[in-house]
Design a protein around this ligand. Structure first.
Ligand SMILES: *[C@@H]1O[C@H](CO)[C@@H](O)[C@H](O)[C@H]1NC(C)=O
Ligand SMILES: *[C@@H]1O[C@H](CO)[C@@H](O)[C@H](O)[C@H]1NC(C)=O
Ligand SMILES: *[C@@H]1O[C@H](CO)[C@@H](O)[C@H](O)[C@H]1NC(C)=O
Ligand SMILES: *[C@@H]1O[C@H](CO)[C@@H](O)[C@H](O)[C@H]1NC(C)=O
Length: 425
């Protein structure tokens, strides 16, 4: 499934939703197992190809167990994992890659196929679509009181209800999203979280997103979509795809759309560059494992995000030198911006921890499917996000301070020359 919420705080509830079949071994429930077998058989019956070594398992992401693709046996770089003829790509028409210009009609079609149940051609695909699951709800579904818990942090600026609002006014005569039939809501949520340009790729879209550990890629041709392995994968390793990449793939945007914070590279951008220049300062950085931070990454670094075959070592190798080349002035601006931002926020991480604990307590007293518990989970997701945000900003500040300290030989003097004496932090 699309990773809805990699929220370590939600672990108890994720476990509750995993169903009886879930266990520490990562086995998915027997129900999902049957559905996956049916899906594979359906793809093969209809002219597709599925490697026998591709499986579906629960994976531990942080403290949460999440369904996703797995290599049941080793897979070699370059080998084909999956082939889907266009006929099996929901959303396309005419047995080629063409998607209707009319997005509403695609969504309406999806909803009507959901309603058709086992009678639908797409049933094996739709049976594994858990877009309506209440474990993690995407920020598009949050109400204003939840959004306010983001404390003004991005992505608050862009209306988080943009997609649901668009759907209501363009596709369903203004009926509010929450009042729509389940099938309509499922269709839109699936489109938000699973589709690639309104194309739904069976089996492939069960894979989770990870731009750092990406090990598959897709290529389209006249016949269909071929998914290949982009680096050797060992037995039991998770298979990943990229939901979005490149320089526009920021952690806030990914969170807004999918409801999770990417693990790495985590790309934060707090710069107003609407005029095309980042001269205004602000902060932009990549967070890599082990608290390595690439400060003000260049476009050529950013363009590697989500590119197949990228290795962490490539990023790490470039980061150290890159950071040293940034001017002291920009480093100071970066660190200052971060510190000002941190001190402007309404709560500290310590307070957030208490708030989160209380929310979790309140949630434990609610019926899991009630509106109240939905609201509490949304609130927890928002608080969790702002905590991750703060943690990342703090790491970036620390990294900038460290680089400044490294060049302290002329550093302190530079700081004072640039910023005025007595102002060094
Ligand atoms: C795809 O199929 C549609 C409908 O049959 C046709 O109009 C269109 O030209 C085809 N497009 C391509 C790229 O083959
Ligand atoms: C958001 O939803 C909750 C639960 O339904 C409700 O109590 C709260 O008043 C709502 N807030 C806003 C601003 O709509
Ligand atoms: C991948 O595995 C194949 C065969 O198992 C091996 O020949 C090849 O060298 C491996 N490639 C890398 C980059 O490790
Ligand atoms: C959670 O419960 C505490 C005390 O039981 C209460 O003060 C607080 O307002 C509740 N929070 C929410 C969001 O319901």
């Amino acid at each position: 499934m699309r990773v809805f919420a990699i929220l370590y705080t939600l672990v108890a509830f994720a476990a509750a939703f995993d169903g009886s079949g879930a266990s520490n071994s990562g086995e998915i429930g027997s129900d999902d197992n049957t559905k996956f077998g049916d899906l594979v058989a359906w793809v093969r019956r209809n002219g597709g190809r599925v490697d026998d070594r591709l499986g579906l398992k629960n994976h531990q992401h942080g403290e949460v167990s999440i369904r996703g693709g797995v290599a049941l046996l080793p897979l070699d770089e370059g080998s084909e994992l999956l082939f889907l003829p266009w006929k099996l790509v929901l959303g396309t028409t005419g047995e080629n890659s063409t998607v209707s210009e009319d997005k509403c009609s695609v969504l309406q079609y999806y909803a009507s196929e959901v309603e058709a149940g086992p009678g639908s051609f797409w049933y094996p695909y739709l049976a594994l679509d858990d877009s309506l699951s209440s474990i993690g709800r995407v920020p598009s579904l949050w109400n204003d009181s939840v959004i306010s818990e983001l404390q003004g942090l991005p992505p608050f600026l862009e209306s988080t209800s943009g997609l649901t609002g668009w759907f209501s006014s363009n596709c369903v005569d203004g009926v509010p999203f929450s009042s729509l039939p389940r099938s309509n809501r499922q269709a839109l949520l699936a489109a938000i979280t699973r589709a690639a340009g309104m194309r739904f790729l069976p089996i492939y879209d069960l894979l989770n997103h990870h731009n750092g550990m990406l090990n598959t890629q897709s290529k389209a041709d006249v016949k269909g979509v071929t998914i290949t392995i982009t680096r050797n994968v060992t037995e039991g390793q998770e298979l990943f795809m990229s939901y979005r990449g490149g320089k526009d793939s920021t952690a806030s945007d990914t969170f807004r759309r999918y409801g999770f914070v990417e693990s790495w590279p985590q790309h934060w951008k707090l710069i107003d560059d609407k005029d095309g220049s980042d001269a205004s300062g602000g902060m932009q950085f990549l967070l890599l494992p082990d608290k390595v931070v690439t400060i003000f990454p260049t476009d050529s670094i950013l363009s590697q995000i989500g590119a197949p075959g990228l290795q962490l070592s490539d990023f790490l190798a470039s980061t150290h030198n890159h950071n040293q080349m940034i001017s002291v002035e920009r480093l100071i601006g970066f660190s200052r911006f971060g510190q000002d931002l941190m001190s402007s926020l309404a709560t500290t991480t310590k307070e957030d921890n208490v708030i989160l604990r209380n929310l979790r307590l309140n949630l434990s007293q609610q019926n899991l499917n009630s509106i109240k518990s939905e609201q509490l989970r949304d609130l927890m997701s928002a608080v969790d996000y702002r905590m991750q945000f703060k943690e990342s900003i703090q790491m970036a500040i620390d990294a900038a301070e460290k680089v400044l300290t490294l060049i302290i030989g002329h550093g302190v003097k530079c700081i004072q020359n640039v910023e005025g004496a007595g102002d060094n932090k």
